[in-house]
Design a protein around this ligand. Structure first.
Ligand SMILES: [Zn+2]
Length: 407
């Protein structure tokens, strides 16, 4: 029965001492009792949930999905979770939903979700560590494609069965995924689900070398990028950068230096033994504020998704604004910021930093630092150094990740 994928030997039962036990995929009738993303606490963030890769069939043979699950479980372990109050670990194998560990031996920071609905087998990778990059999951897409082809054509000779590969925003609810988009080379798209413009990351294929845009990202923490200069020697190479890229770089400097400083200085008042500023990025600071739960946002922690939607000016609201501004930059994978949006953010942040000046009374006013960055010219070296530093980059940390907060 193992040979025909009717049963799957549990990888944990391979040791000689243990009694082997088996899964029987076609017998599993249970649906997950809660949303599968919620079950594994997957951040609602396109840097952490890959796009859905959809294998769309005209006719999907009923057991093809189970065969695929069997193939995957020969290569990867099925994910498990510990549920409070239950004696046994819960295995993430449900009717039409399964989760695999892609890094089971080590970090468990990467998991694969496989689901099926009437005509589609859809997969998504969850990344709990680094951010999703172009080409990162090509190996998984290739493996699943090959396995499907092998099952269909070699093993079962289902010669009439064909699929096409489509994709959809990773934030689309599993049930709403239809695989509406074809793979493309354009760097951005307007998302049907989020109704905003996203970068097309293209994590499922290896076309990153074709990307025509310059990647400039900004790293928080260790290095201060706010040393703006007007070095004339940089004028020539500066022409290679667009106004949008310069805006993005400036905003990155503001967010990762001034906003992080403001957040740090506030936290330091309540946590005197706080680790040094150079070891704190915005994610860490946000999570510490949230844990401390002293300055609570008007609408609660992590509720609002866009910086413009924060309308109140409690201290907690400003802590949310910092998070959301940084998220917005992080999601701008083209590393560009148009003039209109740049000016909107500058207005929002000027008001915010005035409030932090009042609150923290820093020796050097945050608003002065802000004006300095806005007024001066960013050198090409600034842009370049940020780009270089970011290629080994750390802007990957997730801010929305819920932290248990005392009621
Ligand atoms: Zn979207």
């Amino acid at each position: 029965m193992e040979k025909f994928d009717i049963i799957i030997r549990s990888s944990e039962s391979e040791g000689a001492k243990q009694i082997p036990y088996f899964y029987v995929p076609c017998m599993i009738k249970a649906e997950p009792e809660i949303d599968i993303h919620e079950m594994f606490n997957v951040p609602k963030d396109i840097g952490k949930r890959s796009t859905w890769m959809c294998f769309r069939f005209i006719f999907l043979p009923p057991h093809l999905y189970n065969h695929l699950i069997a193939s995957l479980s020969r290569k990867y372990n099925i994910a498990e979770r510990v549920v409070t109050g239950q004696k046994e670990r819960q295995i993430a194998l449900f009717k039409s939903t399964a989760v695999f560990e892609l890094q089971d031996e080590t970090t468990k920071l990467r998991k694969l979700l496989v689901m099926t609905c009437p005509n589609v087998i859809q997969i998504q990778v969850w990344e709990f560590g680094e951010d999703i990059k172009s080409g990162l999951y090509k190996y998984i897409a290739d493996f699943v494609t090959e396995e499907l082809n092998t099952i269909m054509h070699t093993r079962f000779k289902m010669s009439n069965v064909k699929f096409e590969k489509k994709w959809e925003c990773g934030l689309t609810e599993p049930k709403c995924v239809t695989g509406s988009n074809i793979f493309m080379e354009e760097p951005t798209y307007q998302c049907d689900t989020c109704q905003i413009k996203h970068m097309f990351i293209d994590e499922w294929s290896d076309q990153q070398n074709k990307a025509p845009w310059v990647r400039v990202h900004v790293k928080a923490g260790k290095r201060d990028h706010s040393n703006v200069s007007e070095d004339q020697s940089s004028e020539r190479s500066l022409r290679e950068f667009t106004a949008e890229q310069i805006n993005f770089t400036k905003m990155g400097i503001i967010v990762l230096n001034i906003l992080a400083d403001a957040s740090y200085d506030l936290l330091k008042q309540d946590i005197p033994n706080l680790r040094p500023r150079s070891d704190c990025d915005i994610t860490y600071l946000y999570n510490e504020h949230r844990r401390l739960n002293k300055h609570i946002p008007t609408n609660g922690w992590g509720v609002i998704r866009q910086v413009d939607q924060v309308t109140d000016i409690a201290v907690g609201d400003d802590i949310e604004r910092i998070r959301l501004t940084r998220n917005e930059l992080q999601h701008s994978r083209a590393a560009e910021l148009g003039d209109t949006r740049f000016n909107e953010l500058c207005n929002i942040l000027t008001d915010l930093l005035q409030r932090f000046d009042q609150l923290n009374k820093p020796t050097r006013l945050y608003t002065d630092h802000l004006h300095e960055i806005l007024a001066k010219t960013i050198s090409a070296e600034d842009v370049q150094s940020i780009e270089n530093e970011i290629l080994g980059m750390d802007i990957t940390v997730e801010i929305v990740n819920p932290v248990k907060v005392q009621p």
